[in-house]
Design a protein around this ligand. Structure first.
Ligand code: THU
Length: 157
């Protein structure tokens, strides 16, 4: 038996002003995307912005549904729209944030497990790392690839 340990490198910013321009601009698109959220049940309005290899940005927001499981998270709304509209472009980055009661959430809006798995496939399709920017009022966290938010990733059969 070998005892092993995983470590993850990531960057943390205290405010959007500290961030590099490309990341900040994508996060701003995610903030704007929260306006498209339909969340009458959770009142948790998530926005996501996906950056593609030619510079195109595709935004998405969570869409809830009265038949509960039929809704979809912001990240998957944005990623599936991006892949459907631009199947030949690679995903380079995604920014995610959320608002509640008209205010950005304090803690970063961490993507759920299902969205991380979908991001894993986007990264596999791209063949290059997908950057993940997760924003909250108290801090913004940047990961340089999906593996950093999902160790031992399932990468298909
Ligand atoms: N939600 C997202 O949009 N992304 C996530 O990664 C986690 C959760 C949405 C789903 C639902 O509309 C609301 O947040 C509360 O769970």
């Amino acid at each position: 038996m070998a005892q092993k340990r995983l470590t993850i490198d990531y960057q943390e910013y205290a405010s959007m002003a500290e961030m590099e321009e490309a990341d900040r601009s994508l996060l701003e698109r995610a903030v704007k995307a929260t306006e498209g959220s339909y969340a009458p049940y959770s009142h948790y309005h998530v926005g996501a912005a996906v950056l593609l290899s030619d510079g195109t940005v595709v935004a998405g927001a969570n869409q809830e549904n009265s038949a509960f499981p039929s809704g979809l998270c912001a990240e998957r709304t944005a990623l599936f729209a991006a892949h459907a509209q631009y199947p030949h472009l690679a995903v380079r980055a995604i920014a995610i944030t959320a608002c509640s009661n008209g205010r950005m959430v304090s803690e970063p809006a961490w993507p759920c497990g299902a969205c991380r798995q979908v991001l894993a496939d986007s990264q596999r399709r791209a063949g290059t790392p997908v950057r993940i920017i997760v924003g909250g009022l108290s801090r913004i966290v940047v990961f340089s690839c999906v593996d950093d938010v999902m160790p031992f990733i399932f990468n298909g059969l």
